[in-house]
Design a protein around this ligand. Structure first.
Ligand SMILES: *Cc1c(COP(=O)(O)O)cnc(C)c1O
Length: 366
């Protein structure tokens, strides 16, 4: 990325040599994104991140199919980048079905079939959940959508670089991705749009991104996105099993050492980097603060909602009672984590929970 900030600062839309160089670099990045998901380069559109890609997919398909219908099918556990655009469409008169999930956070494909009506214009279900790591049966869901001639969108922000994604094999028509979730820079993402899928323009202006997403491209970000997706995809076969082993040791160790604790999310259909556990009688926020002083960076719900005191909509949708949902802790592993980190968490966490439970007014045994 660094040369794009200095000597290679050309604007890809201009015609002189410096600009053509930027254009070539940007198209190389587009090729890398396309290769990572089995798409062709003209199906990749760069955006400012996962949120923009989700907004574009949902609102763009809704706008382009207004005459055809006004109904969207999605799930109750989507990221807010999908849920809030759906809410905003509801205010404009569209109808949205938010599919329920089972206790592990899985959408039943049969519920998609039941929800579809003659007015349905889009099915959008995330590939993997950001809070609990549950992986959805998206191939089966896409097939049902296609049986009814409906396009299928998936928010694959958590899945890229974590599990293999091939848009043809999985039947994906639109896919959102975000660079900073697989080691790239923040503020850069992409939307994949299958050739022939009807989706409106998202940002009006110049002719960038074939006139469908105007505005001078974030060339350094795009270059970083391209390199990061190439590396993440190449490293996945070795990295995923290594993270999964650490994940499973963390889960086992926590459940074995701490009573009144349960695993959130699916035991096996789960991202290799995701640990999410619920401790009864404690507040998630207090666990975070205690762990932070011990040098452990953890989270309760998604980073985007940890400022609010509402229990996570994902855990609530999984049927977790409020007092459990409030005591949830999410630990995510990255490529730089080691077995020593796992040992460290397992050595400090039981004492943190024990201390907090002793002080908790919710605890009947106190
Ligand atoms: C992070 C995330 C987003 C939002 O992506 P940004 O690039 O931060 O806008 C959307 N969906 C999921 C599942 C995410 O994890």
């Amino acid at each position: 990325m660094l040369p794009c900030f200095s000597e290679r600062f050309g604007n890809p839309s201009s015609v002189y040599a410096l600009a053509r160089e930027a254009q070539v670099t940007m198209e190389r990045a587009r090729g890398r994104v396309a290769a990572a998901i089995g798409a062709s380069t003209d199906e990749i559109f760069f955006t400012s991140g996962g949120t923009e890609a989700d907004n574009w997919a949902i609102k763009g398909v809704a706008a382009a199919n207004k005459k055809k219908g006004d109904h969207i099918v999605t799930s109750a556990i989507e990221h807010h980048a999908v849920l809030h655009p759906c809410k905003s469409l509801e205010k404009q008169g569209y109808r949205v079905t938010y599919l329920p999930v089972d206790e592990f956070g899985r959408v039943d494909p049969a519920s998609v079939e039941e929800a579809i009506t003659d007015a349905t214009i889009l099915v959008s279900v995330m590939t993997a959940n950001n809070e609990i790591g549950t992986i959805q049966p998206i191939r089966a869901i896409a097939e049902i959508a296609h049986d009814h001639g409906i396009p299928f969108h998936t928010d694959a922000v958590q899945a890229i670089g974590a599990i293999p994604i091939d848009v043809d094999a999985l039947g994906i028509d639109l896919l959102s991705l975000s660079a900073h979730k697989f080691g790239g820079p923040k503020g850069t993402g992409a939307l994949y749009v299958r050739q022939g899928t009807r989706v409106g323009t998202f940002i009006d202006g110049g002719a960038q991104e074939r006139g469908r997403r105007a505005g001078t491209e974030n060339v350094p970000g795009i270059v970083g996105l391209g390199k990061a997706i190439e590396l993440a995809t190449a490293e996945m076969p070795a990295k995923a099993p290594r993270l999964a082993a650490m994940r499973d040791r963390l889960i086992r160790g926590i459940l074995d050492a701490i009573p009144d604790t349960r695993l959130n999310g699916h035991p096996t259909e789960r991202l290799a980097n995701n640990v999410n556990v619920a401790f009864r009688y404690v507040e998630g926020e207090s666990i975070l603060l205690s762990l932070d002083t011990l040098g452990v960076a953890a989270s309760t719900g998604s980073a985007c909602t940890s400022a609010s005191l509402e229990p996570s909509h994902v855990l609530t949708a999984c049927g977790l009672p409020h007092e459990h949902a409030h005591g949830s802790l999410r630990l995510t592993l990255g490529s730089r984590n080691t077995d020593d980190d796992v040992d460290y968490v397992l050595s400090v966490l039981p004492r943190v929970i024990e201390r907090l439970r002793k002080m908790s007014p919710l605890n009947p045994e106190r």
